[in-house]
Design a protein around this ligand. Sequence first.
Ligand code: ADP
Ligand code: TYD
Length: 217
Amino acid sequence: MPAPEARRGVFITFEGIDGSGKSTQARRLYEALAARGHSVDLTREPGGSEGAEQIRSLVLEGDPDRWSAETEILLFTAARRDHLEKRIWPALDAGRIVICDRFADSTRLYQGLRGPGLRQQVDRLHEMMIGTEPDITFVIDLDPATGLSRAKGRQTAEERFEDFGEGLQRQMRDGFLDLARAHPERFIVIDGARSPDAVAADVLDRASARLPRPVAG
Ligand code: ADP
Ligand code: TYD
């Protein structure tokens, strides 16, 4: 796999608790950057490539006890590897901006906090199989009670992770804020409790400050 510095594009991820507004904001940023003439792709995890979308169904549907934490780490990492090989690395190598709704920080927290020693396993597997870190990670920060009430409006078959409850969401929120404090060069924390327009304007401002000018033509 080529060294990350060989890739010419810009890799932007969105993280945060369920219902915080990641998908909304990832799409808004994608539309704003495309309108400005940037070459930009929008994708998501788990999923984003054909194989990874198949793994998404395996991991998000069915009984909550279907997979152990260790198996989940392997499945999310396998999906991520396929997504990188098929979509993200080629796009970055072509100089494109790639916007991804969730990425490795979600595995660090959702799987890494499920029990003792798991975070270390996530990190080792990431180092071995993934390597790539985003250039910019937006954490859409929101109070878990508000996130849960926003997310409850959705009814899908992907319910394995939907019964987390507020306590676990609080743990995830704190985890994202801890990661952001530990890596200030990569993370930008955004207040997600405002209107979608206000959040989108803030995200675009912060992203624009870090992006090259669009290539004309
Ligand atoms: P996530 O991807 O983080 O789960 P979504 O973007 O899917 O969140 O948003 C969850 C729900 O909340 C959706 O119904 C969406 O329309 C709504 N929503 C998103 N952003 C806001 C906001 N800033 N204020 C109020 N509702 C929002
Ligand atoms: P997602 O579709 O982003 O859900 P939401 O829009 O509600 O935030 O992700 C589905 C679930 O998958 C979510 O609860 C978090 C979980 N997840 C992990 O547990 N580990 C991971 O590595 C990723 C990418 C997601």
